[in-house]
Design a protein around this ligand. Structure first.
Ligand SMILES: [Zn+2]
Ligand SMILES: [Zn+2]
Length: 152
């Protein structure tokens, strides 16, 4: 793992939405970047991938993440129960880049770089200027989540 741009992070835990794939990461250096490349868009079904890169030796896996080799140089880990994209990894690399949305622990995520900007969607730059509201619930409606809850 190239340590350039790394910051020290506290231990953190994460999971897919059903909880079949869970992980804990020991404290240490992490590289926080956002990737807008076309492959990350496809792999996440989204506009970009916020990533947290850590060394493999600090990861304790609980549960099996299936992998898909998305190119000659990279594989992507996901839960084959619920489909959540969990990580990106260069083939044979000593580090793993977690999808930040899978992290349970409250972390101070501050990406230091945009990657894959040849595919960055123009509207991403305009998000900060849009109107805002919290998650909408119809009055009296009760949503029962089927997602894994940290510590639950
Ligand atoms: Zn799952
Ligand atoms: Zn990418």
């Amino acid at each position: 793992m190239n340590r350039t741009g790394c910051v020290e992070v506290e231990p953190f835990e994460g999971a897919c939405q059903c909880g079949a794939v869970r992980y804990s990461v020991a404290a240490g250096p992490a590289k926080q970047t956002v990737c807008h490349c076309r492959m990350c868009q496809r792999a996440t079904g989204n506009a970009f991938a916020p990533l947290m890169e850590v060394e493999n030796t600090r990861i304790d896996w609980q549960g099996y993440a299936k992998t898909y080799q998305s190119s000659n140089v990279a594989e992507r880990g996901f839960c084959d129960e619920c489909g959540t994209p969990v990580f990106y990894r260069r083939i044979g690399a000593d580090s793993t880049e977690f999808m930040v949305g899978t992290i349970d622990t409250e972390i101070d995520y501050r990406p230091i770089a945009n990657h894959g900007i040849e595919s960055r969607r123009g509207w991403v730059l305009e998000l900060a200027g849009l109107t805002e509201k919290e998650t909408f619930f119809t009055e009296g409606e009760q949503i029962i989540s089927h997602q894994y809850e940290h510590g639950g």
